[in-house]
Design a protein around this ligand. Structure first.
Ligand code: PEP
Length: 248
């Protein structure tokens, strides 16, 4: 039985005031949440979030990491820095990193490896663009993205990886994949893992991301191979985020 995981990706949206309000709001409703809940904060706010969530059920994640340990990489954040603020999770390979910052499958695989080597759990994002879906290549795209990581860290490492299937056409667009579209993609991803290692495939969480909201979360998370959600826009409102957390 896989536990439901709900992770909020705040992206580049925060201020000291909104972080305070958001975290206090989420904490006030956590008593009846059974899901594993993660908030992925922008780096400058990780210290603030760490302090606010001490002794709570909330977990902290970062939104990206650099594949190097330290050094002359202006603007970048290392695995050690992330851990220093009590984070246990890090988003890797988000489609915005792939499309806006040129992250290739190889770079993403290196980041997954560095996260794992440092005891961080990667929220490893994959997904096809609208053009790729319309060309019928969703399966080929997600296979390629997953294979790059299997080639780097081995299938056994997926015991410590959370996959987030995020069709790019659904991210931030208000267009959600239908439960059937999402379940089909998740079943395909799990079958690919099964071909490599059946027991790892049964335990690896596969989250759905792409305009998940309080209105569609229960149906999506209710699908057999959907183990929770990676939430962008709806993670910025405590009430909406909590409703999604409770849908699991
Ligand atoms: C995301 O960016 O990971 C995401 C799923 O965003 P949204 O929920 O806003 O579509």
């Amino acid at each position: 039985m896989r536990q439901v995981i709900v992770a909020g990706n705040w992206k580049m949206n925060a201020s000291k005031e909104t972080v305070n309000t958001l975290i206090m709001g989420i904490l006030s409703g956590m008593a009846d949440v059974d899901s594993n809940v993660i908030v992925c904060a922008p780096s400058p706010y990780m210290s603030q979030v760490e302090a606010l969530i001490t002794h709570s059920q909330l977990h902290l994640g970062a939104q990206d990491l650099n594949e190097n340990a330290s050094g002359a990489f202006t603007g970048e954040v290392s695995a050690d820095m992330i851990k220093d603020f009590g984070a246990q999770y890090v988003i890797v390979g988000h489609s915005e990193r792939r499309s806006l910052y040129g992250e290739t499958d190889e770079i993403v695989a290196s980041k997954v490896q560095v996260a794992l080597d440092n005891g961080l759990t990667p929220l490893f994002c994959i997904g096809e663009t609208l053009e790729q879906r319309e060309a019928g290549s969703m399966e080929a795209v997600v296979s390629r993205q997953i294979q790059a990581v299997i080639d780097r860290v081995g299938i056994g490492a997926f015991k410590n990886i959370i996959i987030a299937y995020e069709p790019v056409w659904a991210i931030g667009t208000g267009v959600t994949a239908s439960p059937q579209q999402a379940q089909d993609a998740h079943a395909f991803i799990r079958s690919m893992l099964t071909q490599n290692d059946a027991s790892v495939a049964q335990t690896t969480p596969i989250l759905y991301g792409g305009s998940m909201n309080p209105g569609n979360a229960a149906e999506l998370i209710g699908c057999e191979d959907i183990d929770g959600g990676l939430i962008g826009g709806a993670s910025l409102k405590a009430e909406d985020f909590l409703q999604i957390c409770k849908a699991g």
